[in-house]
Design a protein around this ligand. Structure first.
Ligand SMILES: [Fe+2]
Ligand SMILES: [Fe+2]
Length: 481
């Protein structure tokens, strides 16, 4: 078969020749009903019967892989798609550097690899759970469709990881696949594995921030797993990255549209001071300082996803050739890092300082730095919009030490500028830097559904172009009565 195109003749669309792989096909088919139960319980609430204009992958050719059509979400064809095999691909880093990439799981690394796949897999359904209530308050059909597109693709990413578990990890893999459907975001007894995926996504600004910041963590993790010497994992992650780009687009443009609308409303009302919060809110738009607080929250929660700055696990994953660095093959060094160091931000003796650590154990810190760079570029793009609209305000990423639960700074409180403060001071300052209950209530008061084609809630500007080049009044979701 042509492994570029996706086979839709089996119940589970795929480009991995499942028709010839009866055992795995059977395992996936028996997992499928549980997945659908999960989707119906935990997927977008109230819209399962609606027709949504969604893209579905029909190929893994980067030049044209998707087709758009109306679909009821439970009938979405979730499939298993891997980027094409690269002939002669090697393990590109770690102690096995130069060996042929593995097509099977190396026995000695089985437990480590399974853990990497499960942790990645667990984040995918979590975000669907976190976002399940948002359809009801969508600011437009365009936004509602984008939410559902992100949701079905996160569902597909779960399939991607479950395929790896079922094909390569036998019975333990099947048990892990079942557990991925058992845990629930925010559940007291069986929570999702990582902190940010147990937080609520209470409103649409949070959703946009989440897809900008937390899906971008996902991008960094997928980028480093795409470097893996275990070829099926690499190929899986490479295709997921194609889809992930849209999620971050939804986040970045979503936030940008909220900023644009606020700035335009301020100008129209003759308000020059971005901190004139009461008057700005009276216009029915979200003031920029509150948006900065949301940035502080989502960025700091996402930094925690990178784990401890210094980590022997990260070193082991790298040495084993399982998880590489961001753009590993483009970096110019020996790709083994045995004698290298990397500067790590640490806290000691009351001060924050950079300390050289062995590069191998500092890999989490390094990936987090790459992430911060990526985020800063987005912040710059947002600032350009605000500036062009004539408003004097600049968004900033908070300091790494701000509001952390994991790593070096978990036991201290710091301001967004990186000034360490006492617990008592922090208690007084907290609401200046993170969304307060009152901020949340105000945003919640704006969250009212707008579902006429071509119309948008007053707190967000329309997009510049439609999805799939559709006109402004296109009915992206045909809501079932
Ligand atoms: Fe994902
Ligand atoms: Fe995503």
């Amino acid at each position: 078969m042509n492994l570029m195109n996706v086979d839709y003749t089996t119940k589970i669309p795929n480009n991995v020749d499942l028709a010839q792989d009866r055992q795995v096909l059977k395992a996936l088919e028996s997992w499928h009903p549980g997945y659908l139960d999960w989707w119906n319980d935990m997927g977008p609430e109230g819209f399962q019967e609606s027709l949504v204009y969604l893209r579905t992958a029909v190929s893994v050719d980067p030049k044209g892989w998707a087709k758009f059509d109306y679909v009821r979400m439970p009938e979405y064809r979730w499939g298993v798609l891997l980027a094409p095999e690269e002939e002669g691909r090697l393990v590109n880093f770690g102690q096995h550097k130069g060996e042929k990439a593995w097509q099977e799981v190396p026995g000695e690394y089985r437990a480590m690899l399974r853990r990497l796949v499960v942790i990645q897999g667990d984040t995918e359904p979590a975000s669907v759970e976190q976002q399940r209530h948002l359809g009801k308050t969508a600011p437009s059909l365009y936004d509602m469709r984008n939410l559902f597109q992100v949701n079905v693709e996160e569902g597909r990413h779960l399939w991607a990881m479950v395929y790896l578990l079922q094909k390569y990890f036998g019975r333990d893999g099947r048990e892990e696949a079942d557990d991925l459907l058992r845990r629930r975001s925010g559940d007291a007894d069986a929570p999702r594995m990582l902190g940010a995926f147990n937080e609520a996504t209470p409103d649409w600004l949070s959703f946009f921030m989440f897809t900008f910041f937390t899906d971008r963590d996902g991008k960094m993790q997928l980028e480093s797993l795409a470097q893996s010497g275990f070829d099926p994992l690499s190929r899986t992650c490479r295709f997921m990255l194609t889809e992930e780009a849209h999620h971050m687009f939804v986040g970045e443009t979503g936030v940008a549209r909220v900023m644009r609308r606020t700035c335009e409303a301020m100008k129209q009302a003759g308000i020059e001071d971005p901190n004139d919060i009461a008057r700005i809110r009276a216009l029915g738009v979200i003031d920029l300082p509150t948006m900065q607080k949301k940035i502080n929250l989502h960025y700091s929660l996402s930094l925690d996803l990178f784990g401890s700055e210094v980590s022997t696990n990260a070193a082991n994953f790298y040495n084993a050739g399982l998880k590489g660095r961001f753009q590993e093959t483009r970096l110019r060094d020996d790709h083994q890092l045995t004698n290298d160091t990397y500067a790590v931000l640490k806290f000691g003796g009351g001060a924050i300082k950079l300390v050289d650590e062995p590069a191998l154990t500092a890999l989490n810190m390094r990936l987090r730095d790459d992430y911060t760079n990526d985020c800063s570029k987005g912040i710059e793009r947002w600032n350009k919009i605000v500036k062009a609209l004539g408003v004097d305000f600049q968004f900033e990423l908070p300091h790494t030490a701000f509001h952390r639960q994991i790593g070096e700074f978990r036991n201290v409180q710091a301001t967004p500028k990186g000034v360490i403060v006492s617990e008592a001071e922090w208690a007084k300052l907290r609401d200046d830097y993170l969304p307060s209950t009152a901020d949340g209530d105000f945003i919640a008061s704006l969250m009212q559904s707008v579902s006429e084609p071509g119309e948008f809630a007053g707190w967000i500007a329309p997009p510049k172009v439609g999805i799939d080049n559709k006109p402004g009044d296109f009915e992206y979701v045909k809501i079932a009565a």
